[in-house]
Design a protein around this ligand. Structure first.
Ligand code: ZN
Length: 120
């Protein structure tokens, strides 16, 4: 991986960490390409619950996605099912299949759409 890309990822990890505050830990940021065609960026977090996610955090996630070349079609959290505990926060450019899935009621019990994913 290029040093330039690593530096950009590190800068975005810091951006999201700053938005979440000192009680949270952002342990890792991953860029991904899904088999279906979606691309995205995922921030692994500890010490975050859904109620901790402010507009500032959502804005930070969108900006982080853009800075890494990921159009923020949807911002979502993956939670421990049945709880408010967030495992990771993600920004994703949706493929056509996932656009339909994410714009539905609840895509999956472990995914909480926080922003975006309207039909276009
Ligand atoms: Zn997809």
């Amino acid at each position: 991986m290029s040093k330039k890309l690593l530096r950009r990822c590190a800068a975005q990890l810091k951006r999201v960490q700053d938005a979440l505050g000192d009680d949270a830990v952002v342990s890792e940021v991953d860029l991904f390409v899904a088999r279906c065609g979606c691309v995205g960026v995922v921030f692994m977090v500890r010490g975050v619950e859904l109620r901790d996610i402010s507009d500032e955090v959502l804005d930070g996630l969108e900006e982080a996605g853009k800075a890494l070349g990921v159009r923020p079609d949807v911002v979502y959290a993956r939670v421990v099912p049945g709880t408010q505990v967030v495992i990771d926060l993600a920004v994703r450019t949706l493929c056509d299949t996932c656009r339909r899935e994410f714009s539905g009621e609840e895509p999956r019990p472990d995914l909480k759409v926080l922003r975006g994913a309207t039909e276009r």
